[in-house]
Design a protein around this ligand. Structure first.
Ligand code: OGA
Ligand code: MN
Length: 287
C-alpha cells in the first residue's frame, strides 16, 4: 500500500497488519469538516492512526479527541483505570510512572479498554509527553484480521456466542485471577456480557472481541469447552501476524479503535520516566 494524499493530509499505511501515519494535521488547529470525515474513514480502514510532532496541553488533546465523540464515563459502581473512590474518572488520564500517574512501569497484557463495562469506550488517544530510552513500546493487534483468519468451522461455531468479562479493577493489588471462570472460586463483582464476535457499528466488519488475560466466561458453553475455546482464540489472536509495535517519540499521538484492536505494553525500567496522557471516548453497547 502506498501513501495517499487526501484533500487535507497524507496517509502512509504501515507495512504491518494495521496502522497508518497521518501527516499534515496540527492538532492545535481546528479541523475542517472534510478532514474530520477523512480521518474517521482512515480510522475505520487502518484502526490505529499515528500523528507525530504534536505539542499539546491536556485541554487541546481533549478538544481534538472530542471532535469524534464524548469522553467515556463509566457507571459509578464499575471501576476502571484512574477511578476515584466515588467512581469518577478524569477526562484526561495520566498514564505515567510519575507521582499521580497510572499503570507504573509494568507490562500490560493485550486488552481492550473498558471491555468489562456495560458500554466499553469506542476509541482512545494517547499522547507522549516524555518517553523512555528502553522498553515501554505499545503493541496493537488487528482483531478484524484475527477474525477473518479463523477457519470456517470455528467462525460458525463462535459467531453467535457471548463473552462475559470480569472487572480486573475489582481485584486486590497483585491478586491472580483465573483467565477463565472457575466455579470453585467466587467472582469479584459483576461481569458484563457482550458478543464474542463484534460487528463494527461504522464499517460493519467483524472482530474477535476478546482480551488476553482478564477473567472471562462464555455463558452458552460448559466451563471445560469454553475454557479450551478461549485459550485457542487467545493464542490465535495475540500473535505477531496481526500486530504493530509502536516505539514512542515525544509528541506522538496514537488514536486507536477499541472495537477493532487490542493493545499491550512492554515493561520499562522504573528509574526511567514515561509520561503519556489518555483520552477515551464513549462507545455504544456492543452488538
Ligand atoms: C492505556 C494503555 C498502554 C501504554 O492507556 O489504555 O493500555 O502503552 N496504555 O501505556
Ligand atoms: Mn489500555
Amino acid at each position: 500500500m502506498s501513501t495517499t494524499t487526501t484533500q487535507s493530509f497524507t496517509i502512509t499505511p504501515l507495512r504491518y497488519a494495521l496502522g497508518a501515519i497521518i501527516s499534515g494535521i496540527d492538532m492545535n488547529r481546528p479541523l475542517t469538516h472534510t478532514q474530520w470525515k477523512q480521518l474517521q474513514a482512515a480510522s475505520n480502514q487502518y484502526h490505529v492512526l499515528i500523528f507525530q510532532g504534536q505539542s499539546l496541553s491536556d485541554q487541546s488533546l481533549f478538544d481534538f479527541a472530542t471532535y469524534f465523540g464524548d469522553v467515556f464515563i463509566p457507571p459509578a459502581d464499575v471501576p476502571v483505570l484512574a477511578s476515584d473512590a466515588q467512581g469518577n474518572v478524569p477526562s484526561v488520564v495520566p498514564v505515567s510512572n510519575k507521582q499521580g500517574g497510572h499503570t507504573g512501569n509494568v507490562e500490560l497484557h493485550p486488552h481492550i479498554d473498558h471491555l468489562w463495562t456495560p458500554r466499553p469506550s469506542k476509541a482512545s488517544f494517547l499522547y507522549a509527553v516524555q518517553v523512555t530510552q528502553d522498553g515501554g513500546q505499545t503493541t496493537w493487534y488487528n482483531l478484524q484480521k484475527a477474525w477473518e483468519a479463523l477457519d470456517t468451522k470455528t467462525k460458525k461455531q463462535i459467531a453467535a456466542l457471548s463473552l462475559v468479562t470480569y472487572n480486573p479493577f475489582l481485584n486486590e493489588p497483585g491478586e491472580q485471577r483465573p483467565l477463565y471462570r472457575d466455579n470453585n472460586i467466587p467472582t469479584k463483582g459483576k461481569g458484563y456480557e457482550h458478543p464474542l464476535v463484534l460487528t463494527h457499528p461504522e464499517s460493519g466488519r467483524s472482530s474477535l472481541y476478546l482480551s488476553a488475560d482478564t477473567e472471562v466466561e462464555i455463558p452458552e458453553l460448559d466451563n471445560e469447552a469454553g475454557k479450551a475455546l478461549i485459550e485457542r482464540l487467545r493464542v490465535h489472536t495475540f500473535s505477531s501476524e496481526f500486530a504493530y509495535q509502536h516505539q514512542w517519540q515525544v509528541g506522538d499521538v496514537v488514536w486507536w479503535d477499541n472495537r477493532s484492536t487490542a493493545h499491550a505494553r512492554s515493561p520499562f525500567p522504573s528509574e526511567q520516566i514515561r509520561d503519556l496522557r489518555r483520552v477515551s471516548l464513549a462507545g455504544s453497547r456492543p452488538v
